[in-house]
Design a protein around this ligand. Structure first.
Ligand code: MN3
Length: 213
């Protein structure tokens, strides 16, 4: 059985940036449902015995045809929300060290980096999905993915910005940009830096090779 990460803060800890009702519904409603459905779908699939969620998502062609779409959607929901909730903190510090250097090299400044993430989330992405800060070939970039899909390519996933309406609609209604602005104030950059450091394990192609199912 795969388990959601334990929420690393209380439901109301992200107030006033993200309200308690949104965090609770998102974590204990949406995320819980992804977890339950994903577990039910992979149960009894021999090819995925002992295989971790990320590797499963990178090897969907090994899933039985009638379960493939469900595993992609619910497994993606399970995995992406673990990354998302882990990426937030009420006590965020600014990026430092190598991460800071890479942000400045690619975007010029943290502000510009967040601007590009915001543009991707509110202009480039249409409908439900994510804007991501990723690393590729030692450089940072911003990409989008639709639904609960992982962004494709040889990428290290650093930071998911959940742009499904359930992530903000209770409080922000149609003010998508407000949510993105508030999100950017509570990013756990230490977690992002750790993902950058661990890089290879989160690279889509590398995961495909490692799993070699
Ligand atoms: Mn969500």
């Amino acid at each position: 059985m795969f388990e959601r990460i334990k929420l690393p803060y209380a439901y109301d800890a992200l107030e006033p940036h993200i309200d308690a009702a949104t965090v609770e519904t998102h974590y204990n409603g949406h995320h819980k449902t992804y977890e339950e459905k994903f577990n039910k779908l992979v149960e009894g699939v021999d090819a995925f015995k002992g295989v971790q969620p990320y590797e499963i998502l990178c090897n969907l062609d090994k899933a039985p045809a009638d379960k493939r779409e469900g595993i992609k959607n619910n497994g993606g929901g399970f995995y992406n929300h673990n990354l998302y909730f882990e990426s937030l903190t009420p006590n965020g510090k600014k990026p430092s060290g190598k991460l800071k250097e890479m942000i400045e090299a690619r975007f010029g400044s943290l502000e510009k980096c967040l601007e590009e993430l915001s543009t991707a989330a509110t202009d480039k992405l249409f409908g439900s999905g994510y804007a991501w800060l990723v690393a590729k070939d030692g450089k940072l970039d911003v990409v989008i993915s639709r639904n609960q899909d992982l962004p494709d390519g040889n990428l290290t996933l650093l930071l998911p910005l959940d742009m499904w309406e359930h992530a903000y609609y209770l409080k922000q209604k149609n003010k998508k940009k407000n949510y993105v602005d508030e999100f950017s104030k509570i990013i756990n950059w230490e977690v992002v830096a750790k993902r950058l450091e661990d890089g290879a394990a989160r690279t889509v192609k590398a995961a495909r090779k490692e799993a070699a199912l």
